[in-house]
Design a protein around this ligand. Structure first.
Ligand code: SAM
Ligand code: DTB
Ligand code: SF4
Length: 338
């Protein structure tokens, strides 16, 4: 074990709001110590992350979240990675669609439940929802909950009154990613600020909805940016309940198409560092899994990732087939979270 590993293992001195005592979580991470974690020999980092992981989680359980794009394309934002921005629609060749009707969404949720998912995540290509859309959204949340699934929504920025309506409907999680470091954000998105992302997270937290927030790596950012992104997340007033780590899915027609690919071991490291900084969170091995071989995915689980997006489609991009995922878990002696 290295000195760094000893120093950076969570200090268990603070108590996480809403969690049983003495779990002790840090919210004061500094860049140098996080970079020291990233720099560790991979096996040392995996060992340390797995040690933290098994202290707080069933190390063989993986939570399965299934996604549906309930409103595809035509988005007014210019996120450089995204297939759904209206700005790149012609280049990507994606047609904008209207908000799906509630019954279509619920029929898909029932299929997700039958296939073994425990959380159902609905995404809309909006800057922010309009109040008039919220009636249908509330019905979707209630319907998904009635199927016995956890409900998650990702609809863009939220006003406090909108977060409260979603909380009243019973929404379990709201996904809103910080995506990268504050510094690099400006290079990827010009139509909104990092500050606005953080504000929405505060509204979600204040409404009592669990925060799901993570980001994308492999967008041409530096390791410092990856460290800073995790610091933003871990130094929030409460650690997010879920932290999706996405590998950029390069989509032809978007500005980030063709950017240098990131070594998959760096993805494994990012999962490990996220696990060490946010010991109680569900760390989700998210977009980009289709391009990762099974060995890399197994290393991500070793690193403390304990959730995946499950089902053959993400929002617009494809994902590994469900039976392949279940077989992989089985071959690893792992199982869907029950
Ligand atoms: N419009 C809302 C928003 O931006 O918050 C919700 C939907 S948006 C598509 C949800 C998240 O998907 C983004 O924040 C980003 O992290 C992720 N995402 C989108 N396109 C991606 C891509 N090509 N590769 C990896 N992750 C992606
Ligand atoms: C998240 O962090 N990743 C998901 C979900 N939250 C909404 C989306 C991934 C999108 C991948 C590209 C696509 O399907 O267009
Ligand atoms: Fe719109 Fe979300 Fe895509 Fe950005 S990531 S263009 S906000 S759908």
């Amino acid at each position: 074990m290295t000195a760094d590993a000893t120093i950076h293992t969570p200090s268990h001195t603070q108590t996480h709001a809403g969690m049983p005592g003495a779990t002790g979580l840090r919210h004061d991470w500094q860049q140098a110590e996080v970079l020291a974690l990233f720099d560790m020999p991979l096996m040392d980092l995996l060992f340390e992350a797995q040690t933290v992981h098994r202290r707080f989680h069933d190390q063989n359980a993986v939570q399965l979240s299934q996604l549906l794009s309930i409103k595809t394309g035509g988005c007014a934002e210019d996120c450089g990675y995204c297939a759904q921005s209206a700005k790149y629609a012609d280049a990507v060749g994606l047609k904008a669609e209207k908000l799906m009707d509630v019954e279509t969404v619920l029929a898909d949720a029932r299929k997700a439940k039958a296939g073994g998912a425990s959380r159902y995540c609905m995404g809309a290509a909006w800057t922010r929802p309009k109040d008039r859309d919220l009636d249908a959204i509330v019905d979707m949340v209630k319907g998904v909950k009635a199927e016995g699934l956890e409900a998650c929504m990702t609809l863009g920025m939220l006003e406090p009154h909108q977060a409260e309506r979603l909380a009243e409907a019973g929404l379990d999680y709201y996904n809103h990613n910080v995506d990268t470091s504050e510094r690099y954000y400006k290079e990827i998105i010009t139509t909104r600020t990092y500050e606005e992302r953080i504000e929405t997270l505060a509204h979600v937290r204040a409404a009592g909805i669990n925060v799901c927030s993570g980001g994308i790596i492999g967008m041409g950012e530096t390791r410092e940016d990856r460290a800073d992104m995790l610091i933003t997340l871990a130094n929030l007033p409460e650690h997010p309940g879920s932290v999706p780590i996405n590998m950029l899915t390069q989509i032809k027609g978007t500005p980030l198409y063709g950017v240098d690919k990131l070594d998959h071991f760096e993805f494994v490291r990012t999962c490990a560092v996220a696990r060490m900084m946010m010991p109680l969170a569900q760390v989700r091995l998210s977009a980009g899994r289709e391009e990762m071989d099974e060995g890399i995915q197994a290393l991500c689980f070793m690193a403390g990732a304990n959730s995946i997006f499950y089902g053959e489609k993400l929002l617009t991009a494809s994902n590994p087939e469900e039976n392949k995922d279940l077989q992989l878990l089985d071959r690893l002696g792992m199982y869907p979270e029950r």
